[in-house]
Design a protein around this ligand. Structure first.
Ligand code: MG
Length: 384
């Protein structure tokens, strides 16, 4: 059966979060937002789905680059399709992003899993049927009782531990919050959280992203004293030399790269340079499930952990296919947001947390997302 149609369906749904000027997500009153599904349909009428950011997969990208590669192709030739799209990136001058490749790859895997009658994580290796989740907080804010000070973070961390989490990752304050960035405030916050949860909970930090080397080193040395499990993206990841400089001086594991372009190839360079102690990859940054698994296997060959960036069904498929990553990133979480409430376009969430702090792999064929197809059909506002 060959691929017959590739469509992006834009629809309205509701959200309880909104992004600030720098793209960081915070709580917000319930409001309507646009969302989209990439739908890849074969001649049998079976469809694979991936939720996409509508602004990240515009019609010209679909018509000029994606459809010419996919239409009429056997969907089981997933790697051949991925390689063809990857090679088109050079001539697309930035228009065909790693993220777009990732969306296509996830929708194809969903289609293949549905055709096979199997969850994707089983098709890919079936390494485990549940994974420990760490709670990943939103960035800091100015909301009292939210994430506005070290005491807020400590109180929220206590709640998360009571909920079952055995690991917590803090995102601290970043611009445009007016008092950010502030290394000393980050250190006080990490210390308050360690004090609140005790020595047995794994803690990680993702801070600022644009510190200078000396600031990043000061913060890293504090994390060593506080027994943190990893230190994530304190500087611009385009500077491999800066991360090599940092990792060589710190005992706390430096993790990366998260958002640097270049898929599994750039991750090989980070390992070779000694710029990270733990590799980082996720389906939306690395070009999809297949390319993220290449990064995971690359790390495995060097006895390095590869921790997965971001939540969702595609990342869960990677986690179920390998026992290398230790954690699933559950979030982003905030004291004022109910993360367990499914949005109207989903019947259920994909990553329910069990009392032991783990998330079970989905059992439905494909990626396992439980779409509310009726809501999506009724609220469709555009297709391309
Ligand atoms: Mg991060």
């Amino acid at each position: 059966m060959l691929i017959e149609a590739v469509v992006v369906r834009v629809f309205t749904t509701t959200a309880h979060t909104a992004v600030d000027d720098a793209g960081h997500r915070h709580p917000a009153p319930e409001h309507e937002v646009r969302a989209a599904l990439l739908e890849i349909t074969d001649q049998d009428g079976r469809t694979g789905y991936c939720q996409v950011q509508p602004d990240h997969l515009r019609e010209p990208v679909l018509s000029e680059h994606i459809r010419p590669v996919l239409i009429g192709r056997d969907p089981w030739q997933r790697e051949r399709i991925w390689q063809a799209l990857s090679r088109r990136q050079r001539g697309a001058h930035g228009g065909l992003t790693d993220r777009a490749l990732g969306y296509v790859d996830q929708a194809l895997w969903d289609l293949l899993g549905r055709r096979a009658g199997l969850p994707v994580w089983k098709l890919l290796g079936g390494a485990r049927d549940r994974v420990p989740a760490y709670a990943s907080t939103m960035c800091g804010d100015e909301t009292p009782g939210g994430l506005s000070c070290p005491e807020d973070y400590a109180a929220f961390a206590e709640r998360l531990v009571k909920r079952g989490y055995r690991g917590i990752k803090l995102h601290t304050w970043m611009p445009p919050v007016p008092f950010a960035p502030d290394v000393r405030l980050d250190i006080r916050t990490c210390a308050a959280v360690r004090e609140a949860v005790g020595p047995d909970i794994a803690l990680m930090l993702d801070a600022n992203h644009w510190y200078r080397r000396t600031e990043a080193l000061e913060l890293g040395r504090a994390l060593e004293r506080l027994d943190f499990s990893w230190y994530e993206e304190p500087m611009d990841e385009a500077s491999l030399s800066s991360y090599r400089w940092l990792a060589q001086q710190l005992a706390v594991p430096v993790i990366g790269p998260e958002t640097a372009g270049g898929k599994h190839l750039v991750r090989a360079e980070w390992i070779r340079a000694g710029a990270c102690d733990i590799l980082r990859a996720g389906v939306d940054d690395c070009g999809g499930i297949g390319a993220t698994l290449k990064a995971v296997h690359l790390a495995e060959a060097f006895n390095i952990d590869c921790e997965i960036h971001g939540n969702g069904s595609g990342n869960l498929a990677v986690l179920g296919a390998s026992d290398n990553p230790r954690w699933y990133e559950r979030g982003l979480l905030h004291p004022h947001v109910d993360f367990d409430q499914a949005p109207p376009h989903r019947n259920t969430i994909i990553d329910t947390l069990d009392v032991d702090g783990t998330v079970a792999m989905p059992t439905a064929p494909g990626l396992g997302d439980d779409w509310n197809i009726a809501h999506i059909a009724e609220h469709t506002i555009d297709t391309w």
